[in-house]
Design a protein around this ligand. Structure first.
Ligand code: ATP
Length: 249
């Protein structure tokens, strides 16, 4: 089963074409990594999936993107789409409030008021983000008191609390040290059981460690995609081979 089916996708920022005729299926409950050199369109394609590019003036999109069979550029409520596709950014961006309030925020905004219900949502989400044990005794402390890696896991918990189907991650570990990075990579094992995960990463080693599928982009083109192991050990395209062996990038 595929969560997303992307067909003949072209994306332009004004006159600049950033994505060219992309064809890609993103499978359900697997981790798909987007790799490629800077400026190749990885983040742009990630933002296509929850229509974040709509917020950028001058963007034009042709082609079709289906999520669970429905065209997300035709007949979908964008607010609901963004709730189904949570996003985690490069730099941890907790809200200026307590750990608890960060995680409960979205559900409260949706009208959930019952304290027991919220307590359970917060605990489940913090457990899901492998942060519960570290923060359970200080849930009402300010989120800014957490380390960078903990803040990023808090952002993951905040995303999980909205019960999305998909988690989009744009270089989620690039601002973190190796230990905090390892914690988030370990977490991927659990996340893939419940969510479709799409991650943009600059680290080929990271893609190889955590992704089931890998897609390699170059100058707006999707050069090759497939099982991660195959992409790294037996790439079909010589440009993929060149990139993974460090000839360029
Ligand atoms: N908001 C924007 N407005 C105009 N052009 C943009 C915008 N965002 C990206 N671009 C252009 O689109 C192309 C693809 O950029 P994108 O950020 O998607 O690449 P990327 O592969 O994610 O790069 P990086 O690895 O450096 O983050 C680039 O030419 C970039 O300059």
């Amino acid at each position: 089963m595929n969560t997303f089916e992307i067909k003949d996708l072209d994306l332009y920022y004004g006159d600049n074409q950033a994505l060219k005729s992309i064809q890609l299926a993103i499978p359900q409950k697997q981790v798909t990594a987007f790799i490629g050199p800077s400026g190749c369109g990885k983040s742009t394609l990630l933002r296509v999936l929850n229509r974040m590019n709509d917020l950028i003036a001058g963007v034009r999109i042709d082609g079709s993107v289906k999520m669970d069979g429905a065209d997300i550029y035709a007949d979908v409520d964008v607010r609901k789409l963004r709730m189904r596709c949570g996003m985690v950014f490069q730099k941890p961006n907790p809200f200026p409030m307590s750990i608890y309030e960060n995680v409960a925020y979205g559900q409260k905004a949706q009208g959930v008021k019952d304290k027991k219900t919220l307590d359970k949502i917060v605990e489940d989400a913090l457990r899901g983000a492998a942060l519960w044990d570290e923060v359970k005794d200080r849930l009402h402390s300010h989120a800014f008191g957490l380390s960078g890696g903990q803040q990023q896991r808090l952002c993951i918990a905040r995303t999980i609390a909205m019960k999305p189907d998909v988690i989009l991650m744009d270089e989620p570990t690039s601002a973190l040290d190796p230990i905090a990075t390892a914690r988030i990579e370990e977490l991927m094992e659990d996340l893939r059981k419940e969510f479709t995960v799409v991650i943009v990463t600059h680290s080929m080693a990271q893609a190889r460690r955590i992704a089931d599928k890998t897609a390699f982009f170059l100058m707006g083109e999707l050069v090759e995609h497939g099982d991660t192991e195959q992409i790294f050990t037996a790439p079909q395209d010589k440009r993929t081979h060149g990139y993974i062996t460090g000839d360029f990038g």
